[in-house]
Design a protein. Sequence first.
Length: 69
Amino acid sequence: MNTPNLTPRPQPLAYSIAGAAEATGYSERVINDLCARGDLTRRYANRKPVILATDIEAWLNSLPYEPPH
């Protein structure tokens, strides 16, 4: 009988634009718009843009608790 692997996966340190979209539930367009506005920062690994997981977490933590009126 095979037992499932219960070892937790390490969390990524950085995400591609598509990965950031998947991780947050927002579209790639929204992620790119947030980068253009300066709410998220793109960094480049060679030519590939990445967003640090800590930047995504900080942005999410900065969001208001209540929707705008």
